[in-house]
Design a protein around this ligand. Sequence first.
Ligand code: SF4
Length: 273
Amino acid sequence: MFCIELTNHCNLRCPMCTLGTMERPAGFIEPDLFREVVDQSRRFGIEVDWFHIYGEPLLHPRIEELMAYFREHGLGLGGISTNGLILNRHRIHVLKTYCTEVLVAVDSMREEVYRVLRANDRFSELCDKVRLLIDQAAGTGLRITIQYLQTRLNPDETQADFEAVFGRHPHVTYFTKITEQFAGGEDFTLQELPRLPKQNCPKLHHFLGILANGECVTCCYDVDGEQSAGNIRESNLLELWNGESRRRQLRDSAAGDFSALPLCDKCAGATVG
Ligand code: SF4
């Protein structure tokens, strides 16, 4: 999986999110850097899966320019993951004109549960915005995924609860995500998820991300670039993927030596599911 973070600013402070413990300064990816990463990804055949690692991507003040560039020059799905609260007519225009996939983390159709998980009182406003997105996106080629986050607060919700409010549409799918425990975040897990052994962790083999500040992370849990494999301003994507820094991480992880892998050292292992 390859992800580019557009920003680590967020309009929300959800209690379960690691963003609350983030130490790097909040910022937006510079458009020149974005274009460079997109160009390299096409050149090296590395498809962009998501424009998200942390933060709310739609907050980027030049989101239209970035998405228009990706539409013309990019490779891959390039999905946008949003909490939905800053959707407006302009951002919906950007999504339906330049994007093919947007995931909206509605998480629960119970207002009292939503209020806890997303730490705000704007549930009905969110529903109105999602309805507008669904309506405006019909027939445009934009696919919408609405996320249900299964936690110990709402274990028995079903797709029918979401369909009752948003309906069934050919361009809308519903997706259930089982919440996991993130470092520094509040624990809403329904049950302990199985974890993979951290020795030779598969995430290190399958994930690459560029943070908004250009740092290249090899695990999506790396909120501050603590285990950075380098910076895209100094090495290109192929060098970062094949370079000595990442190879050393793979060797150390395979050997179970976490002395130079501070994030893995603290981690209990990637969850399954
Ligand atoms: S931090 Fe955890 S999930 Fe990430 S690569 Fe290391 S062991 Fe795997």
